[in-house]
Design a protein around this ligand. Structure first.
Ligand SMILES: C[S@@+](CC[C@H](N)C(=O)[O-])C[C@H]1O[C@@H](n2cnc3c(N)ncnc32)[C@H](O)[C@@H]1O
Length: 209
């Protein structure tokens, strides 16, 4: 009996180490299905979105500005899957600043791609500056990946940061893009209490009041 327990424990440990090193080598750690959705995200960025979504509390509120075809929404939903968080997806769904598909209606593709999480996805179709009033609950995780102009990203931060819950997580894609970097320096860093990831082009931090 004791010997059997020893083998069972060794098997569990071997699987844990195997998984850990596989993720380290491949950069994965999120459901592979997410890779089938067209996106401008690196593997490490996908991994980080998925991992940090896990910090969202039960019945929490995730807000994403810029959903495109649903890749990041899928990762945020999958990462918080054990919980019951709502994921508000804000987009005109007209590929506003996506050079490769400018002006294309991406809504049908988005809906198809996030279908496994249908019950927790709340679509807010429209301009981020106009639908902000639809977010009634304090935001536990804010992911900003919409308008990357200085005016656009500054306006998003000005409108959505006051809606954060205590100790909320903020992630900003294209954080190395100079206009986005400037907006982060001006509005996000003064509120940062903890840096949650160090990636070249994805900012992730926890905010204080
Ligand atoms: C870079 S894509 C988002 C990619 C997505 N986060 C992903 O990883 O798959 C930017 C999206 O933001 C949307 N967008 C840009 N400016 C916006 C705004 N002011 N309000 C709402 N949506 C906006 C565009 O329509 C586009 O779908």
């Amino acid at each position: 009996m004791i010997e059997e327990q020893g083998w069972a424990r060794r098997w569990v440990m071997a699987r844990m180490f195997g998984r850990h090193y596989l993720e380290k080598l491949t950069g994965h750690g999120y459901p592979r299905a997410a890779d089938r959705i067209p996106a401008l995200l690196t593997t490490h960025e996908k991994q980080t979105l998925y991992r940090l979504a896990g910090l969202t509390p039960e019945r929490g509120c995730i807000v994403e500005i810029g959903s495109f075809k649903g890749a990041s929404a899928y990762l945020l939903a999958a990462g918080s899957a054990g919980q019951s968080a709502a994921i508000h997806c804000i987009d005109t769904f007209m590929a506003e600043n996506v050079v490769s598909s400018l002006g294309a209606d991406t809504f049908a593709e988005f809906s198809h791609n996030v279908a496994p999480f249908y019950e927790r996805i709340v679509v807010q179709r429209g301009w981020s500056t106009e639908v902000v009033g639809e977010i009634k609950q304090p935001i536990d995780l804010l992911f900003v990946d919409g308008d990357h102009s200085y005016e656009g990203v500054s306006a998003d931060l000005r409108l959505y940061l006051p809606k954060l819950a205590a100790d909320a997580v903020v992630m900003m894609h294209d954080s190395a893009h100079p206009p986005v970097a400037q907006a982060i320096r001006e509005q996000v860093l003064p509120r940062e209490t903890e840096r949650l990831a160090k990636l070249p082009n994805l900012y992730a931090g926890r905010m204080g009041r």
